[in-house]
Ligand binder design. Sequence first.
Ligand SMILES: *Cc1c(COP(=O)(O)O)cnc(C)c1O
Length: 431
Amino acid sequence: MGQGVLSPGFSRVGGVLHADGVSLERLAHEVGTPAYVYSLARIRSQYRRLETALADAMPDVTHRLHFSVKANSNLAILRTLQECGAGVDIVSAGELYRAREAGFGGTDIVFSGVGKTADELRLALEAPVLFVNVESEGELRLLDEVARAMGAVAPVALRVNPEVTVESPHEYIRTGEKGHKFGIPYDDAEAVARLAHELPNVALVGLDMHIGSQIATWEPYASALARIRPLFESLRAAGINTLEWLDLGGGLGVTYEAEAPADVDRFAAGVADAVRGLGVSLVFEPGRFLVAEAGVLLARVLYRKRSGGKEYVITDAGMNDLVRPSHYQAYHRIEPVTTPAGHLVADVVGPVCESGDFLALGREMADVGPGDLLAVHTAGAYGFVMASNYNSRPRPVEVVVDGDRYAVATERERLEDLVRLERAHLQWRSA
Ligand SMILES: *Cc1c(COP(=O)(O)O)cnc(C)c1O
């Protein structure tokens, strides 16, 4: 991969952590902290890894990789994946806008999401997207109306909840179990599919599932496909012969701590088995898998403190910059950019006025002090996209690295940006 035996990404050169050919110490000096830094080479290699596994396992099945934009919606990342040949999976008008800005054509886009508005559905049909993943009977009827008003026929894939057990590290990232808000309950799916077939302004072109995230094993996919395939076959047997797509969603897991990453060869072989003879084209919606390990959040240590017998490392990055530790109790590996001697056990916390503002709890780590630079790993997915301005903190800069070059992809917000949409003078209107 042009990097010797190392896979592209983060490694030490002369004791200093680098993103490919760029020193993170140097970079932090140039762009400040907190900063998100992404290795484009790592994103490309993840894409190729999955693409190759799927192509090798099913040379005779058409498949497309549609990157789940919500994992990392930066335009530079989207353009990189577009150059790799990816499409996108979007969940809002905002993501549609970003996808178009990044150069994706309408048919490079599938539109998912449990709560699309009429306006969003109209924008999707104007694109027009490859298909809309419809999640309820109500949405199906609304889409039919919106399409009729536009004189269009909307291509629809029904997102079915296969109601399987999903092994993933946090309840919030399971989406395919019985009673979840996502998708059409399995027992209702056939009836909704028949309705889709009958409504004049929608065309039922496929079925869709997305069972959760950070999934490390093949089993949940196997159970889900064992439910979706018979449904597919029964609809075809009922004379619905417009079904051409099966969208398997995303969910492939990565390594945050010591988890085995998703075995993509096993996954590809399993999918190949499960769809053999079905005569269908496949869509995959990987998010985390493509970008998580390509990103770090750089933070500077501000203070050390002892309280109640506990050590605290206080950094300039907080839960508003990276919410995963506090929202999902997620583990992120943290290492100093240069290596100080000694060890300590500490809570790594941010400046936000919340006791839930932490990057790590009870973490065994290097003995860092004020001024030291930390890299919070595996921050390329669900990192910056979930950042907020809580405590009126400007959101961090985003930087992309390509070989030994880097570029600012998103400028750090300025203080003026924080009040940009607020009115200095209120214009009162009578109701
Ligand atoms: C979030 C999401 C994905 C991506 O999930 P990952 O675990 O990041 O791969 C794919 N499809 C849908 C519908 C999603 O909501």
